[in-house]
Write a protein that binds this ligand. Structure first.
Ligand SMILES: CC(C)(COP(=O)(O)OP(=O)(O)OC[C@H]1O[C@@H](n2cnc3c(N)ncnc32)[C@H](O[C@H]2O[C@H](COP(=O)(O)OP(=O)(O)OP(=O)(O)O)[C@@H](O)[C@H]2O)[C@@H]1O)[C@@H](O)C(=O)NCCC(=O)NCCS
Ligand SMILES: Nc1ncnc2[nH]cnc12
Length: 295
């Protein structure tokens, strides 16, 4: 069986590839890693780390994220292979925890990609399931995650001391688990339409399209990182600021970089960091790469 996967961007995208089954898991992991790197190579992203600056963070920079992405690529490969083999959630969780350990070893204990390991990892497993024929090739990756692992995602062990756990207890926020169990609605309903809108209003500028998607995700998401650092008022401030940028024309105006940078600086001044939105940007790029190409 052959699967076509393509990274569809004008400047940064890899060219379309057509794959025999043996190569598919490797290619899925390579594309996922590339999407993590593209997320970092996107600026300005409010409060977030990029190749330009460290945003609201004192303990990590772009190199920390690059090391982290390289360290977890073997685990993303293992997740794609496990999906192809029909593994249950218990096996995926073990690989996910190994990926978290590899991340912490590569970053000296800094949490760069826990959310991405979880969400992108599940999408890699779903892509593996599709490539092997265990899931229908026309079913969106998010729906494959819901069908194969949705119930077990929600029943998984709760982390008692995570920032997300506190946000859930204090504010009732759903977070990464609900997002995954429901098939990544933020990717399909927010990230992808905004990426396409960005391509329309800033033709030929792939970074601008990613910025448009990032702002749209921040405007809509209940990001547990924003709740952790800024409480409810921080979350609402961030959502309003991102919405304001989009309402003023997003990346479709000549001065969009300056306007986005002002929002970025305002987040930094408040120590706000929408890490969940950054993860969902990488996942949006991954889904676009896998599903945007005509198969
Ligand atoms: C199920 C887990 C994801 C448990 O996670 P947790 O209980 O922590 O729950 P969440 O907060 O819901 O999610 C975890 C991370 O997901 C990102 N995220 C946040 N909001 C959302 C959202 N609405 N939708 C989707 N994803 C979201 C976010 O990740 C990013 O932030 C991380 C940095 O966080 P942190 O260190 O707390 O933040 P700082 O501000 O930097 O801290 P200080 O400097 O202030 O100290 C970074 O990782 C980004 O990726 C959330 O943090 C999961 O962890 C789990 O169960 N794992 C086990 C493995 C597994 O089951 N894998 C499945 C197969 S792969
Ligand atoms: N670019 C970024 N900056 C801060 N936290 C993040 N989590 C995932 N990507 C991130």
């Amino acid at each position: 069986m052959t699967t076509a996967l393509a990274l569809r961007s004008q400047r940064d995208r890899a060219s379309a590839v057509s794959l025999a089954s043996g190569d598919e898991a490797e290619t899925i992991a390579a594309i996922a890693t590339r999407c993590l790197l593209l997320e970092i190579e996107t600026w300005p992203k409010p409060g977030l780390v990029s190749h330009v600056d460290a945003g609201s963070h004192a303990d990590m920079d772009a190199d920390t994220f690059r090391r982290s992405a390289a360290a977890i690529q073997p685990d993303l490969l293992a997740l794609a292979e496990s999906g192809a083999q029909g593994s249950a959630m218990g096996r995926l969780r073990i690989i996910g925890l190994e990926a978290e350990a590899a991340m912490f070893a590569a970053t000296g204990g800094v949490n760069t990609h826990r959310g991405a390991i979880f969400g992108l990892g599940l999408l890699c497993a779903a892509a593996g399931a599709k490539a092997s024929g265990r899931a229908d090739r026309t079913t969106p990756l998010g729906a494959v995650v819901t069908r194969l692992w949705g119930r077990d995602i929600l029943d998984g062990p709760v982390l008692l001391h995570s920032h997300g756990g506190e946000a859930r207890r204090c504010y009732g926020a759903g977070g990464a688990r609900i997002e995954a169990a429901h098939g990544f609605p933020s990717v399909y309903e927010i990230g992808l339409p905004a990426l396409h809108r960005g391509e329309q209003i800033a033709p030929g500028d792939a970074e601008a399209a990613r910025v448009q998607a990032c702002f749209a995700l921040i405007a809509a998401l209940e990001d547990t990182n924003l709740l952790h650092r800024g409480g409810l008022s921080g979350l609402h401030y961030a959502q309003r600021a991102a919405r304001g940028f989009l309402d003023d024309g997003g990346v479709g105006t000549r001065d969009w970089r300056e306007r986005a940078q002002i929002v970025h600086q305002a987040f930094v001044a408040r120590r706000l960091s929408p890490g969940g939105s950054a993860d969902l940007l990488a996942m949006t790029l991954f889904v676009e790469a896998c599903e945007g190409a005509s198969l």
